[in-house]
Design a protein around this ligand. Structure first.
Ligand SMILES: Cc1cc2nc3c(=O)[nH]c(=O)nc-3n(C[C@H](O)[C@H](O)[C@H](O)COP(=O)(O)OP(=O)(O)OC[C@H]3O[C@@H](n4cnc5c(N)ncnc54)[C@H](O)[C@@H]3O)c2cc1C
Ligand SMILES: *[C@@H]1O[C@H](CO)[C@@H](O)[C@H](O)[C@H]1NC(C)=O
Ligand SMILES: *[C@@H]1O[C@H](CO)[C@@H](O)[C@H](O)[C@H]1NC(C)=O
Ligand SMILES: *[C@@H]1O[C@H](CO)[C@@H](O)[C@H](O)[C@H]1NC(C)=O
Ligand SMILES: *[C@@H]1O[C@H](CO)[C@@H](O)[C@H](O)[C@H]1NC(C)=O
Ligand SMILES: *[C@@H]1O[C@H](CO)[C@@H](O)[C@H](O)[C@H]1NC(C)=O
Ligand SMILES: *[C@@H]1O[C@H](CO)[C@@H](O)[C@H](O)[C@H]1NC(C)=O
Length: 546
């Protein structure tokens, strides 16, 4: 009886009494710029307690935390946000960053996986949190259970809180997310969980790193919470490989070789008891381990990389949650909106939404324009579907062992596992059910005969939602990315439960490459939490060893 009460109470405290202390200031805080250096201005050889490769979503909170007690160097290949003013501007304006031509320096680096799906990753201080959709929602309970990481749940909650009070805001719902919320509830995705950062079955709105004025507060602002005098952030610093030395205790990381924008090579070394931490993201971290001689023997040998430690799983289990969606043209002007609402089913389908104003050029017989078209502005609205996991995965392989700037190839094998396909079918059926609710009535167009229906932009859902074959064909033919790719340095395979690279000393990986599944509905909240959490954990380990 007592135990039952305890379970009920802990559920109650965990889920219902959510303590919310969100950010209050909308001012962008650039204090961290005091610690930012052009890599060209740093010495060719220098020592630190900790070296973090990648000033991204997990790397920034990690660096801030370690800097409280130790000297920290962050190596970031991109530049700092002030170099790209359009990044922090507005929630809808930032979409332009994704469309920018990739010139090798732009903050959104494009890549296309071997599956043929176009994708993107951050190349800027603050990492992918500087180019993403901003939606902030925490990990699901199952993730903690199955991640293989040793968690102290109180410390987890404190780490989330540390992030939330600085860069997370409660948005006012825009029109389209409000409609989607109603449609979700009417299609049976209840209860209505109001506003919550927790992962709860039902429909809820969640936090955003965009403030009420539409300004982005990425992970970079978490650097401000560090001891800036102990922190050095090198930008345009490309880490090329990890330096190792063989000691009696085995092979240990002792530093990092990096190059600056003038092509000069630097060596950053760690002091005794220090560590090198890779936070270069799900593509950058496995790539760097391979370049440094940690990986599958045949792959390293074929690229003539000297082997430091064999590990068949580096670069394996690369996964990307498929995104499938429908887009409709709306018969009235709709304000642009980003993800604010999510529907979470008890079988782990996630439904999110977005809306935008798009220009089209339609052929016109009596056009004023010599090219025979008239530009037209239309509001379009999207409902997107994702599911947890996925079970399907592929691998990452080096293309060049000589140049870190040459991206590796990545294959995700979307729907390689048939269970993923049936999860997509289930999710898209739910989207079909949402379209049938009266929440969506006002979005239909009337045709000349008076019949009402949606105007789809791109593929519409199969007419017969019960037909597996056509639903499966829809899932396969419309697959794209939610940009939640992960894996390559999995816990239990490449790193241990404290994220230390197995077979080495003084080397960890702290970023999305360690996940066997993408946490929650969207991963950034968990990644920021893990940066803070692991930083505190490392400080404690060091105190305990004294
Ligand atoms: C378009 C888009 C929209 C998204 N929307 C959302 C959303 O709304 N909500 C959400 O929760 N998640 C969203 N995500 C996903 C989320 O942003 C990412 O999963 C997360 O930011 C990844 O964090 P990370 O720390 O693993 O890597 P990153 O943040 O990518 O950090 C890696 C850093 O390492 C640097 N680096 C890499 N290699 C090197 C090297 N050799 N030397 C030096 N530096 C290096 C990179 O430049 C980068 O700054 C979105 C992603 C994208 C792309
Ligand atoms: C760093 O210095 C180099 C060489 O002077 C210059 O080309 C580059 O633009 C600088 N980068 C930044 C971010 O200031
Ligand atoms: C997580 O693990 C605990 C303890 O084993 C268990 O009671 C709980 O049901 C699990 N939760 C989920 C969501 O798997
Ligand atoms: C939400 O709307 C209210 C009322 O219009 C306004 O006072 C408040 O500042 C808005 N908050 C956000 C987060 O935009
Ligand atoms: C046609 O010309 C107009 C006016 O110059 C321009 O805005 C539009 O983009 C052009 N459309 C196409 C399809 O080239
Ligand atoms: C829809 O598909 C199912 C399964 O293939 C089939 O049994 C049913 O007859 C179809 N309904 C219509 C109206 O075609
Ligand atoms: C960090 O340093 C402060 C004093 O500078 C000390 O009080 C604290 O115990 C240290 N904490 C850790 C975890 O090292």
């Amino acid at each position: 009886m007592g135990a039952l009460l305890l379970i009920v109470l802990s559920y109650f405290f965990h889920h219902q009494l959510e303590v919310l202390a969100l950010a209050t200031s909308s001012d962008l805080d650039f204090s961290y710029m005091k610690s930012v250096y052009n890599a060209t201005d740093l010495p060719l050889k220098e020592e630190y307690d900790y070296i973090i490769v990648g000033g991204g979503t997990a790397g920034c909170p990690l660096a801030a935390t370690l800097s409280a007690n130790y000297s920290v160097l962050v190596l970031e290949r991109g530049s700092a946000p002030p170099s790209y003013p359009q990044l922090v501007l507005t929630a809808d304006g930032s979409g332009g960053v994704l469309l920018q031509e990739d010139d090798g320096k732009t903050p959104a680096q494009r890549f296309t996986s071997e599956d043929g799906v176009a994708n993107v990753r951050g190349r800027v201080l603050g990492g992918t949190s500087m180019i993403n959709g901003g939606f902030f929602s925490k990990a699901d309970d199952q993730f903690y259970n199955e991640s293989g990481i040793h968690w102290d749940m109180n410390a987890v909650e404190e780490a989330y809180q540390w992030v939330e009070d600085t860069i997370v805001f409660q948005p006012n719902l825009s029109t389209w997310p409000s409609i989607v919320k109603e449609a979700l509830l009417k299609a049976g995705v209840g209860p209505d969980n109001g506003f919550s950062l927790q992962h709860l079955v039902g429909t809820k709105s969640s936090g955003s790193i965009f403030d009420n004025e539409g300004k982005r507060h990425g992970a970079v602002e978490l650097l401000n919470k560090g001891e800036l005098k102990n922190l050095k952030v090198a930008v345009e610093a490309y880490a090329e490989r990890i330096i190792f030395s063989s000691k009696a205790s085995g092979v240990s990381a002792t530093g990092v070789v990096y190059s600056d924008s003038k092509g000069r090579t630097h060596e950053a070394l760690i002091r005794d008891e220090g560590e090198v931490i890779l936070s270069a993201g799900a593509i950058g971290s496995p790539q760097l381990l391979l370049l440094s001689g940690i990986g599958p023997l045949p792959h390293l040998s074929s690229h003539k990389v000297p082997v430091v430690s064999q590990n068949p799983d580096v670069g394996n289990f690369m996964a990307d949650n498929p995104r499938n969606s429908i887009t409709i043209v709306v018969p009235f002007a709709l304000d642009p909106s980003i993800v604010q609402v999510v529907g979470i089913t008890n079988d782990f389908n996630y439904i999110e939404s977005g809306s935008s104003v798009t220009s089209f050029s339609f052929p016109q017989p009596f056009s004023f324009y010599p090219n025979g078209t008239t530009p037209l502005e239309l509001s379009v609205a999207t409902i997107v579907e994702k599911f947890s996991g996925p079970l399907s995965s592929g691998s990452l392989q080096l293309v060049s062992s000589a140049d870190v700037k040459v991206s590796p190839t990545i294959q995700f094998n979307y729907f390689g596992d048939p269970k993923d396909l049936s999860r997509c079918v289930r999710g898209m059926r739910l989207v079909g059910d949402m379209l049938k609710t009266d929440a969506m009535e006002g979005l239909k167009f009337e045709d000349l005969e008076g019949a009402e229906g949606f105007k789809f932009l791109g593929p519409s859902l199969p007419r017969n939602l019960s037909d597996d074959a056509s639903m499966e064909a829809f899932c396969r033919s419309t697959v794209t990315t939610f940009w939640h790719y992960h894996g390559g340095c999995l816990v239990g395979k490449v790193v241990d439960g404290y994220l230390r690279v197995v077979g080495t000393n003084s080397l960890r990986v702290v970023d999305g490459s360690i996940f066997n599944t993408s946490p929650g509905t969207n991963p950034q909240a968990t990644l920021m939490m893990i940066g803070r959490y692991m930083g505190l954990r490392m400080l404690q380990e060091r105190e305990a060893a004294k």
